[in-house]
Design a protein around this ligand. Structure first.
Ligand SMILES: Cc1ncc(COP(=O)(O)O)c(C=O)c1O
Length: 448
């Protein structure tokens, strides 16, 4: 999108969307970061558990203690006192909020850009999610959080979205000043950091997902980390049978604050064994995505009309997504379509190169059950509970205007962890072909 006066290296090639040759002819690799690094090591780890006939974490014929070992390795990787492995990121969110004691009559602040599980965890406990707008970090705007606080606010869930950390230092200050809990959702940012401190270790609890799209994976899995022993014990209790355990592994019955209700979110030994291998590979997985992303970002920096997501600390960005923002929604659509025609797409299992409004249940107004305040029961839980009568939150499009505008004008590009230099060059070439065109010409392209 250059005018003829400021063209630097304009590419005069015919765009693929106009019938020219595409920049790439094969689909991009799928965006499953940890999966690309799976090999014999993970096979051996899973096999070790099966050979020992001991797939359960608490006892077995020849218990390998994979879950326990993974937890201590993960805690030391992050620099935190406690880690608890669970069955999913959703389970970790639910467990964390239970540890905080969230329930009816409370509000929890959540960002406009997140994943549906964040909202589900709040609603399932009978509390009310209150949206706060994002800023150009695509994560919570601290000022919007301050505005969303009411006497009923119990805490804040900050989500480090799309691979890069939120403005966690500012958000932590607000939480501390107002006496609110801070839960960090690091599902999309495992291994990310701010000023060399890992995400998940700033707030009271950090949660992670190890589902297949994440930086490290065992297919499905999650974890919760904290420095607070009491929160850890409460989390342990509810993720297991409802009871915490003492250092000898015996259930604690004489402390009623630790006598909770079972959720059955225990990890199994096989997944834990795989996660131990994936954790060792995490720095390499991230380094690959980071270098691909910043090579592409650098090429895009030459285009002043393209705004790139504000990154709080580039060194701590895990690199799994690149977000570029355009002047208006129409331009974003056309750039995305023209890039798709240039071959910047994955096969049908992938969702690469989408305008963010199409990014499903990450966008608050795409979550039908939230917009319509649906309930699993017939009485309208939790929306119609008398304890929640004062919480009148609205979730329809328009509730978070900055997010609304960013979603419509931004394109999300996943950065697979196995891009070759040739792949990177082809992506850059495709962007340049499209962006070197004057805006008006681009606008005239047909939308496919
Ligand atoms: C930000 C965020 N939080 C939570 C989750 C839930 O994780 P899981 O799919 O493991 O339940 C996800 C998963 O995509 C996520 O992206």
């Amino acid at each position: 999108m250059r005018t003829s006066e400021n063209k630097l290296t304009a590419i005069e090639e015919k765009l693929a969307i106009e019938g020219g040759n595409p920049a790439r002819t094969k689909p991009l690799p799928l965006e499953f970061p940890g999966v690309h690094y799976m090999d014999e090591d993970e096979v051996k780890a899973a096999g070790r558990v099966l050979t020992a006939h001991s797939p359960f974490r608490h006892y077995g014929i020849n218990l390998q203690r994979e879950a326990e070992t993974f937890e201590s390795e993960f805690a030391s990787f992050l620099g935190v006192n406690h880690a608890l492995a669970v069955t999913s990121g959703t389970a970790a969110l639910h467990t964390a909020l239970t540890a905080f004691g969230v329930g009816p009559g409370q509000e929890v602040i959540v960002p406009a850009y997140m994943w549906v599980s964040v909202i589900a965890a709040v609603v399932n406990l009978g509390a009310i999610p209150v949206l706060a707008d994002i800023d150009e970090t695509f994560c919570l705007n601290p000022a919007a959080v301050e505005r969303a606080i009411t006497p009923r606010t119990a805490g804040i869930i900050v989500v480090h979205m799309s691979g890069a950390p939120a403005n966690i230092v500012e958000l932590l200050k607000i939480a501390r000043q107002k006496g609110l809990f801070l839960l960090e959702d690091c599902a999309q940012c495992a291994g990310g950091s701010v000023q060399d401190k890992k995400v998940g270790t700033f707030g009271d609890i950090g949660i992670f997902s190890f589902q297949m799209n994440k930086n490290m994976t065992c297919g499905e899995g999650g974890a919760l980390v904290t420095n607070d022993s009491r929160l850890y014990q409460r989390a342990f209790a509810c993720h297991d049978t409802g009871y915490a355990r003492d250092t000898n592994g015996r259930a604690i019955f004489d402390d009623l604050d630790l006598c909770l209700w079972a959720r059955g979110y225990r990890i199994d030994e096989m997944r834990a064994a795989i996660l131990r291998v994936q954790l060792k590979k995490l720095p390499r997985t991230i380094a690959h995505m980071h270098s691909s992303k910043y090579r592409i970002r650098k090429a895009l920096e030459l285009y002043p009309e393209v705004r790139l997501r504000k990154i709080i600390d580039p060194a701590g960005d895990t690199g799994c997504f690149l977000i570029s923002t355009y002047h208006d929604p129409d331009t974003a659509q056309r750039v995305s379509q023209a890039l798709r025609a240039e071959g910047i797409v994955t096969s049908s299992e992938g969702v690469n190169n989408v305008v963010m409004t199409d990014w499903g249940l990450h966008i608050y107004y795409n979550i039908t059950s939230l917009v319509n305040k649906t309930s699993a029961d017939k009485k309208g839980f939790p929306w119609h509970l008398s304890e929640n009568a004062h919480s009148k939150a609205s979730y329809a499009k328009g509730a978070c205007p900055v997010a609304d505008s960013l979603f419509e004008r931004s394109i999300l590009l996943a950065i697979p962890s196995c891009l070759t230099e040739e792949d990177e060059q082809e992506i850059i070439h495709a962007f340049r072909k499209v962006l070197d065109r004057p805006v008006d010409t681009l606008k005239a392209l047909p939308i496919l």
